[in-house]
Design a protein around this ligand. Structure first.
Ligand code: AMP
Length: 543
């Protein structure tokens, strides 16, 4: 028997209209690319978004057209999110730090019709635009007064487009499974792969995030998404933030420690979301200046593992709860968050063990770990296997990429994350490694991530990476690659001695090399593939 309830589509346009009516004086604050702080209210955002939707129509934008953005986190980027998706087009956010050949691939693969660009990235487009034959026009996200001279053809000024329109626009209604937005994700090899979100998946993901016990977001919250809006919809902040009626604080182009610290203080930020690298900069600045936070309650740390030392520093020095989250572009992105259950709190050492893991499931996501033959492994905290997930905000294929799609799913339809993990009896998942990065020594696995975490705990180590290097007897053995802290002369023997007390003997790296810097990808992640290439002919002293 079917339930007798209405079937109304879940649409992104509902979020903005709901927010404007219900939180009429809530603020959206942005540090702009032009410099000054900009602030306005939810209703003003909604009105300008409707104006932009009309402007897009005037430009000839139709449902399903891809609207590219190369932009920082600001109110104008938020307006593009809502206007393009709301009118039935697709908001395609792009990472400006990608290598040029990948950006060119993405624009052409997605068939972007227009590209919106921040002033900062105009020179980038001036260099690349000839490779975009299908792009009909470029919109510079500024006003007339700040509009620069540019060689870019078919250029429009954002504020001029908006000024020509009133806010009288009714959002169309359509099937909730309609595509709303897209984001390409870079693997270790090959071209980036397109993830195509739907209205339904984005709205559900927002509701799922708001249901996480221990991450209260509401009208009293002031959220700072440092995670870029070009990377998985800034982890959903633009959607769930508005549903909750929170104040949104956008950092614009200034992501350094001092700028973030000022913004947090001035806008009384309560919740800040971002990757570990950003918090390293912020904490370094706070330490140096001997400052404290007067409003910050929580940081959500994800994208790569949150070091335990960072979680502890946030708590001990600043009274801030650091919550680790794990997810993927393919998952919209959130999957798990690491918040100890009430019965697990009290003893900090215990708590830290749990907070150091990637966490418990968020409602709406399922996960399991499997061995190489696809057999499900027990949740005993010991068994390691590939992590598979499914849910309404998880992809069921890559955009126009049957080869990548074919490899990405198990026979029973679960998405293969490529992460190796354990799940303990309490349901807390811990990432051990990427499938491609785990070191296979004599048939046993060594976690490169665990070794790296132990190595960076050394006070004279700024950054560390561990890769597997060919070994005649053991197939692979770990090589530790270290970037020293400035002024340090820490050596191989010191490192090995330090690790000896912390890891199993057979995990000890066979060699340690010191480098000036490690390669990082466009989202700040270590590029292990590059390191493996660099050290592919390396001969270990144990050979
Ligand atoms: P992306 O799609 O670029 O956000 O990358 C997703 C990948 O980042 C995941 O598959 C993990 O390998 C890694 N990742 C994300 N969050 C975490 C975390 N909290 N700890 C460790 N790795 C993470």
């Amino acid at each position: 028997m079917r339930g007798m309830m209405m079937d109304r589509p879940l649409l992104i346009s509902q979020i903005i209209e709901f927010a404007a009516v219900n939180f009429p004086d809530q603020e959206i604050v942005s540090r702009t690319t032009e410099g000054p702080i900009h602030r306005y209210t939810y209703p003003e955002l909604a009105k300008r978004t409707r104006q932009l939707a009309k402007a897009l129509e005037t430009l000839g934008v139709k449902p399903e057209d891809r609207i590219g953005t190369i932009a920082w986190n600001t109110y104008r980027h938020l307006e593009i999110y809502y206007a393009s998706s709301g009118m039935g087009a697709i908001c395609h956010t792009m990472n400006p730090r990608l290598p040029a050949d990948q950006l060119i691939y993405i624009v052409n693969h997605a068939k972007d019709r227009f590209i919106f660009v921040d002033l900062t990235f105009l020179p980038l487009l001036e260099k690349l635009h000839e490779h975009f034959p299908d792009v009909e026009g470029f919109v510079v996200m500024t006003d007339e007064a700040n509009m620069p001279k540019t060689d870019l053809p078919r250029v429009h000024c954002y504020e001029t487009l908006l000024k020509a329109q009133d806010g009288d626009y009714t959002w169309p209604e359509f099937d909730e499974h309609t595509a709303s937005s897209m984001c390409y994700t870079s693997g270790t090899t090959g071209n980036p792969k397109g993830v195509l979100y739907s209205h339904r998946s984005n709205v559900l993901h927002a509701l799922y995030v708001l249901s996480i016990s221990g991450v209260p977001i509401n009208e009293d919250s002031s959220i700072l998404p440092v995670v870029p809006m070009f990377h998985v919809n800034a982890w959903g902040v633009p959607y769930f933030g508005l549903i909750a009626g929170a104040k949104l604080v956008f950092p614009g182009p200034k992501l350094d420690g001092p700028s973030l610290a000022d913004l947090i203080e001035e806008e009384q930020v309560t919740d800040a979301w971002g990757v570990p690298t950003v918090w390293l900069g912020l904490l370094g600045h706070m330490r140096q200046q001997g400052k404290t936070f007067s409003s910050l309650k929580r940081t959500l740390i994800g994208g790569s593992a949150a070091p335990r030392a960072m979680i502890t520093e946030f708590r001990d020095k600043y009274g801030v709860e650091a919550i680790q989250g794990w997810g993927m572009t393919e998952m919209s992105p959130l999957g798990t968050v690491s918040i100890p259950r009430p019965s697990m709190r009290g003893d900090w050492d215990n708590e830290l063990e749990i907070r150091g893991k990637q966490g418990r499931l968020m409602f709406g996501v399922e996960m399991k770990i499997v061995d190489a033959d696809g057999n499900t492994l027990p949740h005993d905290g010991e068994s390691q296997g590939e992590l598979l997930v499914r849910g309404n905000a998880v992809i069921d294929g890559y955009y126009e990429n049957p080869e990548a799609t074919a490899k990405a799913f198990s026979d029973d339809g679960w998405f293969r994350t490529g992460d190796v993990s354990t799940i303990d009896p309490d349901g807390y998942m811990e990432i051990v490694d990427r499938v491609k990065d785990v070191i296979k020594s004599g048939g046993e696995w060594i976690s490169s991530i665990d070794l790296e975490n132990e190595a960076v705990a050394h006070p004279e180590v700024a950054e560390a990476a561990v890769i597997g290097v060919k070994h005649a007897k053991w197939q692979e053995r770990p090589l530790l690659i270290v970037v020293r802290e400035q002024g340090s002369s820490v050596g191989k023997e010191d490192m090995l001695k330090f690790l000896e007390e912390r890891v199993a003997k057979w995990w000890l790296p066979d060699d340690v090399v010191f480098v000036e810097e490690l390669p990082h990808g466009a989202t700040g992640k270590l590029q292990k593939a590059k390191l493996r290439e660099q050290f592919k002919d390396y001969t270990l002293p144990t050979e």
